[in-house]
Design a protein around this ligand. Structure first.
Ligand SMILES: Cc1cc2nc3c(=O)[nH]c(=O)nc-3n(C[C@H](O)[C@H](O)[C@H](O)COP(=O)(O)OP(=O)(O)OC[C@H]3O[C@@H](n4cnc5c(N)ncnc54)[C@H](O)[C@@H]3O)c2cc1C
Length: 459
């Protein structure tokens, strides 16, 4: 039994937030029922995103709503608040947050008092001050970005098919991805595969008309699958005519032209930025200790250093990797750690409330699997290396076993099975992003100008 009443605040409804809350509602069920423990999850979206499925969502192999998990449904023992935490004063055990209603109410930020804090806001794209990047590039971390990018790629093919201007056509069919980690490589490989397939339905767009470029600053891609498999991935992508440029940086993408550090210039309407992540900036709006790289300083028990009743894990947390040979190594920001850390974190909160000793987080990275398009993949897991179809199959089996809830697993499996029987979906539903456009036009308003789709906007 817990000694005192505990209000637990979980910031973030991603991997760490959702799994921690799930475990807490299970472990502390009697206390929650008696009103002795209260778990509140504050998160900007009412769903958790299973990010490893975003590339497949972009390719159209999984519907967008099946890569997300509805938090209100799975966290029925918790209070879910759709809002954004803005600051935390842990000394006073209070957080401020805003909700969708904040602006309408005009009352400003709301305050929330807590006894235990779980800070898991994840990461955001790590950008650089590159001219044109903020104006023209897109990231690949959310389901909105993945679906927006899918629609955009198909729209570019439509533009290329309908324009009589070769410069417009060339820019529309050039796709530049910056960053060779799994997000960038999988997104590029899946979208290229989808576009290659879609091109058979265009009378004047052939796969060889498209330029797919991967720009990576270091000498390798996909470090998650090891050096050998990384080299294999480069050769596979090049065989598909994908232009992989190692030791190369994006220097500018202003005026709709991607300028690279090797001097190459590509007029393009598509720059996807997947060059790493940094901790969510909300961690800086707290009185909690941060490392030089801005992550929350944690102990191996997932407590924030020197601050009792504050816990963290996942991409925003610097957790010591106790399995590493070099002291001072931190666990990498990936789902493999986030998921396992969440379990230990919830266990440790329950233990601390019960006055029991805490567990140490210890997990040796087991490798990774990556999909490179339909029936293509690469894997390096538990020392075993796989390529092509077996790796792709393993990728699917692994992620199907990992995606939360039986409901999601069944829906994803059904979709994969159906897509094996029927042709792939190749429509762009970009107009979903402007649902009022048609009505506004009918009602006499001006149609919205979408600079992205305006050929005059491109160079
Ligand atoms: C395209 C892609 C593919 C990936 N594939 C793999 C893979 O194959 N294998 C692997 O191991 N890892 C993969 N990852 C990485 C993995 O998804 C992350 O490491 C993992 O999601 C980190 O978990 P987290 O809980 O720390 O952050 P997240 O899961 O990102 O959750 C953070 C949550 O906090 C919320 N939040 C943000 N700001 C606030 C705020 N101010 N107040 C309240 N809530 C806030 C966010 O909305 C989100 O719900 C991939 C990532 C991407 C983008």
């Amino acid at each position: 039994m817990v000694k005192e009443r505990a209000r637990i605040l979980v910031v973030g409804g991603g991997y760490v937030g959702m799994y921690t809350a799930l475990r807490l509602q299970k472990k502390l069920k009697p206390e929650i029922k008696q009103g002795k423990v209260e778990v509140t999850v504050v998160t900007p979206d009412s769903y958790m995103t299973y990010q490893p499925f975003l590339p497949e969502a972009a390719a159209g192999s999984i519907s967008p709503r099946h890569v997300v998990v509805p938090l209100r449904r799975v966290l029925d023992g918790c209070r879910v608040v759709v809002g954004e935490v803005r600051s935390i004063d842990h000394a006073k055990r209070t957080a401020t947050f805003t909700t969708l209603a904040t602006e309408d109410e005009g009352a400003g930020r709301q305050q929330l008092a807590y006894d235990e804090l779980v800070l898991a806001p994840g990461s955001v794209s790590r950008t650089l001050p590159i001219p044109g990047l903020a104006e023209h590039a897109i990231g690949f971390k959310t389901v909105e970005e993945a679906i927006g990018l899918r629609n955009h790629v198909i729209e570019q093919m439509d533009i290329a098919s309908s324009t009589r201007d070769p410069a417009v056509r060339d820019a529309a069919l050039t796709f530049v991805f910056v960053g060779g980690g799994y997000a960038g490589v999988e997104a590029l490989a899946e979208l290229e595969d989808m576009a290659r397939y879609a091109s058979r339905y265009y009378h004047n767009v052939r796969p060889e008309d498209m330029k797919w470029i991967l720009v990576e600053a270091s000498d390798r891609i996909l470090p998650e699958v090891g050096e050998e498999m990384g080299r294999y991935t480069v050769s596979q992508l090049r065989r598909r005519n994908i232009d992989v440029r190692l030791h190369t940086r994006l220097e500018s993408c202003a005026d709709r032209t991607a300028v690279l550090s090797d001097g190459a210039r590509f007029p393009t309407r598509t720059v996807v930025w997947t060059a790493g992540v940094k901790p969510n900036p909300v961690v800086a709006a707290t009185d909690l200790p941060l490392t030089e790289r801005g992550r929350l300083k944690c102990t191996a028990e997932l407590q924030i250093e020197g601050t009792p009743h504050a816990w963290a894990a996942g991409d925003a947390a610097a957790v010591p990797d106790v399995t590493a040979d070099t002291p001072g190594t931190e666990t990498a920001p990936n789902a493999q750690h986030a998921l396992r850390q969440a379990k230990v974190l919830a266990e440790n909160i329950a233990r601390s409330l019960h006055g029991e000793p805490l567990q140490t987080y210890s997990h040796k990275y087991v490798g990774s699997v990556a999909s490179l398009g339909l029936h293509k993949g690469v894997a390096h897991v538990y020392g075993r290396r796989l390529k092509g179809y077996p790796a792709w199959f393993m990728h699917r089996v692994y992620h199907l076993s990992r995606v939360p809830t039986f409901n999601r697993k069944a829906r994803v499996l059904a979709e994969w099975t159906l897509s094996g029987l029927f042709k792939r979906e190749i429509v762009s539903l970009g107009s979903l992003e402007h649902p009022r456009a048609e009505f506004e036009l009918a009602a006499g308003g001006k149609p919205p100008v979408d600079s992205d789709n305006d050929p005059k906007g491109s160079s």
